[in-house]
Design a protein around this ligand. Structure first.
Ligand code: SF4
Length: 230
């Protein structure tokens, strides 16, 4: 069995904790600004065998607190639950990054005590994912995922990459009404290092300034417990 690459992860990826990050390939979305286009397309740039990964973890007990599982979309992988079980058996915390399209899998992972932190991307109005972000998308799945996270995840963040065609003040308010009362909402500035749609690289007109993001933060704070700009 093969994982994606293994990298050090910053404290930002797992607040207050030191973690490593593993990538799982494949995604059911095609976000134009995706900065992991190879992974989203199913390629593993630096594949490593499962055994090597778990040997790595075994050698870092006491040095690492947790593992960030990201992608691609990890919840599409049938191996995800088994990987989480093994990581938990070794005593590590787990943070999962997800696009929210697989609520039942997420619910099972949370109910089985396999996740400590969930980061969910909410990319725009749930009703507007098709066709820009995905060929197929069921808004109810995302809404269900949000509900599951708010009701049962041990800790979580919702986050939105502020990409101009997909986010504006009225769309933000649609999202905020859905996540009303959430513990943490993160507004992320669009990054240009790598993008799935290369024709958008350096299209600065698609990116909100930090001043604009702080205006969104002010609006968001009327709905959520805490909002940060990243
Ligand atoms: S940003 Fe996330 S959800 Fe979107 S294509 Fe990339 S991996 Fe998939």
């Amino acid at each position: 069995m093969i994982f994606g690459g293994l990298q050090k992860s910053s404290l930002i990826d797992y607040p207050g904790k030191i973690s490593c990050i593993i990538f799982m390939a494949g995604c059911n979305f095609h976000c134009p600004y995706c900065h992991n286009p190879e992974l989203a397309g199913g390629q593993l740039p630096q594949p490593i065998p499962e055994e090597k990964f778990f040997n790595f973890l075994a050698g870092r007990k006491g040095l690492l607190d947790g593992v960030v599982i990201t992608g691609g979309e990890p919840s599409l992988s049938p191996e995800l639950a088994g990987i989480c079980e093994k990581i938990k058996q070794m005593g590590y915390l787990i943070k999962l990054d997800t696009n929210g399209s697989q609520p039942l899998i997420l619910k099972q992972l949370i109910n089985n005590g396999l996740l400590d932190y969930v980061a969910l991307d909410i990319k725009t109005d749930p009703a507007a994912y098709v066709p820009i972000l995905a060929k197929k998308h069921t808004p109810a799945d995302l809404l269900n995922t949000i509900k599951i996270i708010m009701e049962s995840a041990p800790a979580y963040e919702f986050r939105t990459t502020c990409f101009k065609p997909l986010i504006n003040e009225s769309i933000l308010k649609i999202i905020l009404n859905i996540i009303d009362g959430a513990k943490l909402y993160v507004l992320q500035q669009l990054q240009f290092e790598k993008m799935l749609n290369q024709s958008l690289m350096n299209r600065k007109d698609l990116r909100y300034s930090f001043d604009q993001l702080y205006w969104f933060k002010k609006i968001s704070e009327q709905f959520v417990q805490k909002c940060t700009v990243r």
